[in-house]
Design a protein around this ligand. Structure first.
Ligand code: GLP
Length: 246
């Protein structure tokens, strides 16, 4: 894993945008893995700007999002379908048919998980996966304890995750208790991974990811076993990394 420490959230967003833009220029039909949460918002804003002002072309790009809340329809303002449309897809020229997000309202959710895995395979796998990180080290919605060999599956959300995400809802009671997420094994098959972390509340998770034991108790620690991971962290998020101390 390579740690890139940056001075600001803006710099983190630009670093990630450069990486994504370079990939799309090199491989116009790239397959992107996308994340939600506050952390990638600056990245998406910069990609939209580059599309508008510099003609960054998404017309051949395919995307797969990590996760979705169970029970939220795509037009629910706190759903990840809504989030992605508002913050990225409505503002770039990606083809609607090339956008994939697991459905939180599929009649047969097990079948939906299988279908999602199959769609990733058919697209040729993910070239670059963007990840945020939960305060407890979760990636996607893979909470502590998720087996490393998991594929797209339904999860029970940890209380800490529900509390952290309650800001997107009117109250914590509205935060769904379950979600559907790419599994750890699904994420690990991406050819390159960019984990973005901003702010001191991520410091514990970032340090454990980079320097801790590789354990399902800290899901992101599995990334130590991936050959091509960049952890882009601002100073707050990198504060507990031992090799930077002193
Ligand atoms: C949610 C998402 C994760 C995300 C995490 C951190 O739980 N499912 O993919 O990484 O939140 O979000 P934030 O970037 O808002 O801190």
């Amino acid at each position: 894993m390579e740690l890139v420490v940056v001075d600001s959230y803006r710099e983190l967003s630009l670093w990630a945008a450069n990486r994504v833009a370079d990939l799309i220029r090199r491989k116009p039909n790239a397959v992107l893995g996308l994340a939600t949460g506050s952390t990638p918002l600056g990245l998406y804003e910069e990609l939209v700007r580059r599309h508008r002002e510099e003609g960054l072309d998404f017309s051949q790009v395919t995307t797969f999002n990590l996760d979705e809340y169970l029970g939220l329809p795509p037009d629910h303002p706190a759903s990840y379908h809504y989030f992605m449309r508002e913050n990225l897809f409505a503002h770039i020229n990606v083809r609607p048919g090339a956008v994939h997000i697991p459905s939180g309202v599929a009649a047969d959710i097990e079948q939906e998980c299988i279908r999602y895995e199959e769609a990733i395979r058919q697209a040729g796998g993910i070239d670059l996966q963007i990840l945020g990180i939960g305060r407890n080290g979760h990636i996607g919605f893979n909470e502590p304890g998720t087996p490393f060999d998991s594929r797209t599956h339904v999860v029970d959300l940890a209380e800490d995750t529900r509390r952290a995400n309650a800001r997107f809802f009117n109250s914590i009671d509205e935060v769904p208790r379950r979600a559907v997420t790419m599994g750890i094994a699904t994420i690990m098959e991406a050819r390159e991974i960019l984990l973005l972390a901003s702010g001191p509340e991520k410091a514990w998770a970032v340090a454990r990811t980079l320097e801790g034991e590789v354990t399902p108790e800290v899901p992101a620690s599995v990334l130590q076993r991936h050959p091509r991971v960049f952890v882009v962290a601002d100073r707050g998020a990198a504060a507990q990394v031992k090799k930077l101390a002193g």
